[in-house]
Design a protein. Structure first.
Length: 461
């Protein structure tokens, strides 16, 4: 430890693991403190950094097991990348929106606990347009999808070494870069699923994660309500951006929010990968080199959404998805139709890969113009301007630095999983980026929170 930490007295083994719930909160309450914390409790058994689903899950379990837990959240609300906005008259999820594979998925159980309304999205309900606005026959899309799966199989069989997915695809399928249908699928499907641009995706590991069974569902009233049972009874401090974490092996940690110091035996840091990559939290001593290397190897991807609300629907109301084969990969090539599960006339456009970051550098006016060019290509120049819009800009979000992690060229599953290894029996990292099997998913973040809590209970305490 540094001299500073010794002067602060961290060198004495903490001994307050009392295993008694001392927050004074009722089972149905959540203490959300905004602003200054000088008069609040600052001494905990465990401090959780981040009140996303990973942090709330870990905190909920630990409190249930009798530990004193404090949750420090930099944002003004809980949820992390689970954010639901109702300003358009319907629930728009800015971040997580689908339950991927609901059968056996722990998120399904959370949804059931709050009686959340779910809607089964039909992947076979789609209409795809080419770059000129002509409808592409569904039979052609289906045939090309089978071709793409066969191409991916050839990639798996042909290479033992890692390389960019774009390079591998060109080797096993010469000319694929000129095929507008396959290029659209590689963006609307692969870049969407992974969150990363094709030329940065690992050809070896991009699709090696696991999934639960069942067709994907969305929450017609939004994702955020599933957090309520997790947050109940927790001591959560909002607007509490952690700047520095000082720790000593087996002795505990100090966690700093500006000039305010918190103390604990263990820290579970659940901030997104993008924040770790930007080193917005100073660790003293620095994180182990192997772990730091893994943080840099994993990709932090991005997906941009733009919700467009209109006075009336000018599109087929019974079709779930619309696709557009833009000449520029990733540019507004996929749209979700709200009319299939809502009375609101809303289309949500998506950008993927490199274009997602590019469009997030634009202001609202230019973003809208860019998106409406795609909408009018599909539905005609007579399409009116929307009455309201709501964009997402996760790459610009100071609390996330991107949407979700992906397998970048050169990464290995151990780089993801190794992030969940305890650091000096004091620090634990959690979040979707700490599990290769379920990275880039809400359920992956949830399961990582369980893992972190269990390590404290079973291994460290």
């Amino acid at each position: 430890m540094s001299d500073t930490s010794k002067r602060n007295g961290l060198g004495t083994r903490r001994s307050f693991l009392k295993k008694s719930v001392a927050t004074g909160l009722g089972a149905g309450a959540v203490a959300l403190t905004k602003g200054a914390f000088a008069s609040e409790k600052t001494d905990f058994d465990v401090i959780i950094v981040g009140a996303g689903i990973a942090g709330l899950t870990a905190a909920k379990l630990l409190v249930g097991w009798g530990y004193e837990v404090g949750v420090l959240e930099a944002d003004r609300e809980i949820g992390g990348r689970i954010k639901t906005d109702n300003s358009l008259g319907a629930a728009f999820d800015l971040g997580a929106a689908w339950v991927h594979g609901p059968d056996g998925n722990p998120i399904s159980k959370l949804a059931q606990s709050v009686k959340a309304d779910t809607y089964l999205t039909d992947d076979d309900s789609y209409r795809v347009f080419d770059a000129s606005g002509s409808v592409v026959p569904k039979a052609k899309i289906a045939r090309y999808y089978k071709d793409l799966q066969e191409i991916f199989g050839r990639v798996d069989a042909a290479f033992d070494n890692d390389q960019p997915l774009t390079d591998a695809l060109k080797k096993v399928s010469p000319g694929i870069e000129n095929d507008e249908v396959l290029q659209w699928m590689l963006s609307a499907y692969t870049e969407f699923d992974t969150g990363g641009p094709l030329d940065k995706l690992s050809a070896y590991y991009f699709d090696e994660d696991e999934a639960f069974d069942g067709e994907d569902v969305v929450f017609s009233k939004g994702y955020a309500p599933i957090l309520k049972p997790l947050a109940a009874g927790l001591d959560v401090r909002l607007n509490a951006q952690v700047d520095r974490i000082e720790y000593e092996k087996g002795e505990g940690a100090y966690v700093y929010v500006g000039d305010q110091r918190f103390e604990s035996s263990f820290v579970v840091c659940t901030v997104p990968l993008g924040i770790l990559q930007q080193e917005k939290i100073e660790f003293e001593p620095a994180l182990p080199k192997k772990l730091r290397s893994s943080i840099d190897k994993i990709g932090m991807g991005n997906v941009t959404k733009l919700a467009l609300k209109f006075d009336a629907a000018f599109w087929p109301e019974d079709i779930q998805y619309f696709g557009l084969m833009n000449e520029k990969r990733g540019r507004w090539n996929y749209f979700l139709n709200y009319r299939t599960f809502s009375s609101q006339n809303i289309l949500v456009g998506f950008c993927f890969g490199d274009h997602a970051k590019q469009v997030e550098a634009l202001d609202d006016t230019d973003t809208l113009a860019d998106c409406m060019d795609a909408v009018r290509t599909m539905f005609g120049d007579q399409v009116p301007e929307p009455t309201k819009i709501l964009p997402t800009r996760w790459s610009k979000n100071s609390f996330s630095g991107g949407a979700y992690s992906y397998s970048k060229v050169g990464v290995k599953p151990a780089d993801f999983d190794g992030l969940g290894t305890p650091i000096e029996d004091v620090i634990l990292l959690a979040g979707e980026h700490t599990t290769f099997k379920h990275h880039a998913t809400t359920h992956g973040a949830y399961l990582s929170g369980i893992r972190a809590a269990q390590l404290i209970e079973e291994k460290l305490a």
